[in-house]
Design a protein around this ligand. Structure first.
Ligand code: C5P
Length: 224
């Protein structure tokens, strides 16, 4: 029997990788499978939350009782998330947002006429950082940090820079963690708290642990 400790809470989850268009048939993307975000959305809905999943590209089926909004690019994800942010109790940013996009995206397929070609890239907005500047004192904001070295130091830095309440840090160079696989090895990084290291777990169980942490943070915020 699933606990019902998120009854009535509004939770926004982002998941999957974004696609940054070069032309109508080509794009830049990354290896994100969307598994962690989809597991979070499914688990939160089962615990009673009203869940909206803003999803980039994945090959996963939509979880039951979750409102799925599909987007393609980082800019589209940014617009959707900003539109939905004010009504949320918690936001979990599990998406792998592309850091850069092509400066121009051609409206016709680019022909192979040149021996060399250069694609100029420009920075995408940091969605999580923008949420951090807009969040209310009661909203719980969770980000992810996929690192290959100095995981906890980098995650602590990210927590401060993006004004998040929780960063879920994982070492993507470890076997059984990160992109594509069904398990993850994470640490929870919170302001003014020592890192909490979790053992290797299935992504579904990691999702439940993240939701437990969100419920705890929310309780501590409403007690203030
Ligand atoms: O800075 P970095 O990309 O490592 O931070 C990862 C966290 O920031 C993730 O939660 C990711 O969803 C979020 N992010 C974002 N917008 C970006 C880049 C990352 O929301 N443009």
């Amino acid at each position: 029997q699933q606990k019902q400790d998120m009854q009535g809470l509004k939770v926004l989850v982002t998941a999957g990788g974004t696609r940054e268009r070069i032309d109508p048939v080509r794009y830049l993307t990354n290896d994100s499978s969307g598994k962690m975000g989809y597991a979070l959305a499914e688990a939160a809905a089962q615990r009673g939350a009203h869940v909206t999943l803003v999803s980039g590209n994945t090959s996963l089926n939509p979880p039951p009782n979750v409102k799925v909004i599909s987007v393609e690019s980082a800019l589209q994800m940014y617009d959707k998330v900003m539109e939905l942010l004010p009504e949320q109790d918690a936001v979990i940013k599990a998406a792998a947002v592309a850091d850069y996009r092509p400066a121009v995206s051609a409206d016709k397929k680019i022909k192979k006429t040149k021996d060399h070609m250069t694609i100029e890239l420009v920075r995408n907005p940091d969605i999580l950082a923008e949420i951090g500047t807009r969040k209310t004192s009661k909203q719980v904001i969770v980000g992810f940090a996929a690192e290959t070295n100095d995981v906890e130091t980098n995650a602590m830095d990210k927590l401060r820079r993006k004004n998040a309440d929780l960063i879920v840090a994982n070492d993507v160079s470890k076997e059984g963690a990160g992109f594509g696989v069904d398990t993850n090895i994470v640490s929870f990084i919170r302001p003014d708290q020592p890192p909490r290291r979790l053992p290797q777990m299935r992504k579904r169980d990691v999702a439940e642990a993240i939701l437990d942490e969100i419920v705890t943070i929310r309780t501590s915020k409403s007690g203030m």
